[in-house]
Structures are given as C-alpha cells and as structure tokens.
Design a protein around this ligand. Structure first.
Ligand code: ADP
Ligand code: MG
Length: 240
C-alpha cells in the first residue's frame, strides 16, 4: 500500500529524512515514535504529498508519487489525515464539517452526504452532536469529528499525526478507542503518537525514528521488551 525506497528529503541544506526504506501492507497498523524533530511528521506528510520527497522512490496505493504526472488529487481522496489540532471549520456544524468534502469533491447530493455524515458521527460515538459547532464540543469530541470527517471520504489509508497530543488527559482514551475500532475493522493506518499503550496494543509494527532515520522497526512485543538500539532504550526509559 505504501512503499518508501531509499527516500531522502531535504529542507534546503538540512536533511530531514535519511535513506528511508519502509513498506506498509494493506490493513497494517504502523505506529511511529521518536523524539521531537526526528522527522515523523515529515514522513507522514510525504505519504499524501503535503511534502515531496527529494530523492528515492515513494509509491502509495499504486501511484508513484515521484512521477510528475501522478494524480495527486486522486491520491488524496484515498488518504484521510488527522492532525494534532483538529482544524475543523468553526462556522460549520459537526455534520457540515463531515459532509463538506464528500459533497464538494465527490459530488454526493446533500441529503445523502448528510445521512452518511450522521452515520460517521454515530461511529465515533457522538450522534447527538450533529448540529453542534466546534466551539461547543470538547477537544476529544472535536477530534472525533475530525476522524469522522476523514472517514467520510472512504479512504484506503488513514494518517494520524499525534492525534491526542493536544487533548486533556481524560479525553485521550475516547479518541484512542475510535482509532482502535478502526484498526480492528482493517483500516490501513500510520500513526505518530506518544501513547505507548496504544502502540503496544494496537500496532502491528512499531517504528522508532531518530534524526531522520528509521533506527529500529519491530513487533510491539519485541520493540518494548527487547529494544535493540541504545537510543531506543534511552527514549523508552523517558516515556514509559
Ligand atoms: P517530528 O514530527 O518528528 O517532530 P518534523 O518532521 O516535524 O519532526 O521535523 C523534522 C525536522 O525538520 C525538524 O528539525 C524541523 O525543524 C524541520 N522541518 C520541518 N518542516 C520544515 C520546513 N517546512 N522547513 C524547514 N525545516 C523543517
Ligand atoms: Mg511532528
């Protein structure tokens, strides 16, 4: 589904991604952890071409992103992304936030898009918040609307960039529960998070990044019990 082959990325002189080789299969849940500034967000943003890679090859869902003729709009329809800050439209209701892209991008008629949006709100556990505006929702509820909005485009891949980092602790669990359900339904997911419990329980694979490199990659059981690299051990000793 996603394949990085010897990918390098530079911001000017600064090399932010170094020789990234990574293959993610359909239905896999991959959690990326690592210190701040290690390139996690950049790696994620390359997958939907919010950032272009500088060297190497990246293909996503059979599209070669390094081909200048690649259909990026088509690609993005298949990829949902959820950010730390939910980026909901403040002047639209929860339901309108969710139905907007299906209406505008997929030309789904209003009634149908609204009905589907309601189903996604139910899926993320807040069917009663349809007509609430973002400011009337808690952080956890807003993030669940943002996930519903991503799902409404029926993506093949969901990317999550620290989806719970801006939330009060008591709201983290409700968002992780929605993500866990999605994983169980077989969604292909790439998740940057500091939630080690989630990584341990839900990930098929954990990737540790440091200074632009993938330093270590393993099953969660191996990764947490038997980290190979000294830097991984140091990082884990700080976050666990
Ligand atoms: P992480 O998500 O692991 O914290 P990022 O991918 O956001 O790391 O950033 C990795 C490094 O690249 C950081 O040093 C950051 O300052 C730098 N960086 C990120 N985006 C840009 C940009 N648009 N221009 C220049 N440098 C950037
Ligand atoms: Mg980041």
């Amino acid at each position: 589904m996603i394949q990085f082959e010897q990918v390098n990325k530079f911001f000017g002189e600064f090399q932010v991604l170094k020789n990234i080789n990574l293959t993610i299969r359909s239905g896999e849940v991959v959690v990326i952890i690592g210190p701040s500034g290690s390139g996690k967000s950049t790696l994620l943003r390359c997958i939907n071409r919010l950032e272009a890679v500088s060297e190497g090859k990246l293909s996503v869902n059979d599209t070669d992103l390094t081909d200048p003729r690649a259909n990026i709009n088509r690609l993005r329809q298949d990829i949902g992304m959820v950010f730390q800050h939910f980026n909901l439209y403040p002047h639209k209701t929860a339901l309108e936030n969710i139905s907007l892209a299906p209406r505008q991008v997929r030309n789904i008629p209003l009634a149908e898009a609204t009905e589907q949006a309601q189903q996604y709100l139910t899926k993320v556990g807040i069917p009663e918040k349809a007509s609430a505006y973002p400011a009337q929702l808690s952080g956890g509820q807003q993030q669940r609307v943002a996930i519903a909005r991503g799902l409404a485009m029926k993506p093949k891949i969901m990317l999550f960039d620290e989806p719970t980092s801006a939330l009060d602790p008591e709201m983290i669990g409700e968002v992780l529960d929605v993500m866990r359900d999605l994983a169980q339904e077989g969604m292909t997911m790439v998740v940057v998070t500091h939630e080690m419990g989630f990584a341990r329980e839900v990930a098929d694979r954990v990737i540790f990044m440091d200074e632009g490199m993938i330093l270590e990659e393993n099953s969660p059981a191996e990764f947490f019990q038997n980290p190979k690299e000294e830097r991984t051990r140091r990082f884990l000793s700080r976050v666990l």
